[in-house]
Ligand binder design. Structure first.
Ligand code: PMT
Length: 222
């Protein structure tokens, strides 16, 4: 029970950004990675809160689950779940959302050959957690990248002012979205501001979640 007495908040799954009562913009996240992280934290005795986007997964044992749909709802739920000792942002949060949600189904009209949607930025949950007055001691992000994984992941570690980032390659079979397996390149800030690095996997997401919790515990004790 190495995390007994600590509170861990995890986000998982996609967000759905509604366009009208029947359509939304979503992504391919299944929630498996984030649910595995929440399960690993709960097994170690942490009071664990899981903020879940729309997924079809059972709630892990010992985890308090809060279901949300949109990036704005996930932002509110995560911030409401603070204070915490650890935040792990494994959710694939939409970066943009429709500026307006139509109250009726959007209709095509005769002769119309295009539909222009105006999207606006969503709040950055991870960055807001990291700048909150109740900032957790360890703020962990994920980075989903198709190219130049290390470069973009290290950039996010700096830009979002977080303590650790777990990067995974998406768009390839056997890792990232939907798959039961994954491979992570984890980067963290050392106390002297150097950047530590560890490659985890390929392995089942459940195994990787435990290995990531080991690294988080090391940082909590550093
Ligand atoms: O759910 P699975 O099917 O198991 O797939 C797992 C996964 C690929 C979704 C997961 O491993 C993963 O990489 N999650 C992060 C996906 C993502 O949105 O990455 P990003 O590089 O766009 O975002 C970087 C970080 O900022 C993430 O921690 C994200 O949660 C966070 N973010 C992004 C946008 C936003 N508005 N708010 C955020 O908090």
């Amino acid at each position: 029970m190495s995390l007994a007495g600590l509170r861990v908040v995890v986000s998982a799954g996609p967000t759905y950004e509604d366009l009208d009562p029947v359509r939304f913009i979503g992504n391919r996240s299944s929630g498996k990675m984030g649910f595995a992280v929440a399960a690993a934290a709960a097994r170690r005795g942490a009071r664990t809160v899981l903020i879940a986007g729309p997924v079809h997964l059972p709630t892990p044992d010992g985890v308090e689950r809060i279901d949300v749909r949109s990036a704005a709802q996930m932002h509110d739920a995560v911030l409401r779940a603070l204070p915490a000792d650890v935040y792990v942002g494994a959710a694939a949060v939409a970066d943009f959302t429709p500026e307006n949600i139509a109250s009726s189904k959007i209709k095509k009209t005769a002769g119309q050959d295009a539909l222009v949607l105006r999207l606006v930025r969503t709040p950055d949950i991870l960055a807001d957690v990291a700048r909150d007055a109740r900032r957790p001691r360890c703020v962990v992000g994920f980075a989903a990248e198709t190219d130049d994984v290390a470069h973009y992941a290290r950039g996010k570690l700096e830009k979002k002012n977080i303590d650790m980032i777990a990067a995974n390659r998406v768009g390839v079979a056997g890792s990232g979205f939907e798959s039961d397996d994954n491979a992570l390149n984890v980067y963290w800030r050392e106390n002297n501001d150097a950047v530590g690095e560890r490659a985890l996997g390929p392995a089942p997401k459940t195994t990787l979640a435990d290995a990531l919790m080991d690294l988080i515990e090391e940082r909590l004790h550093a």
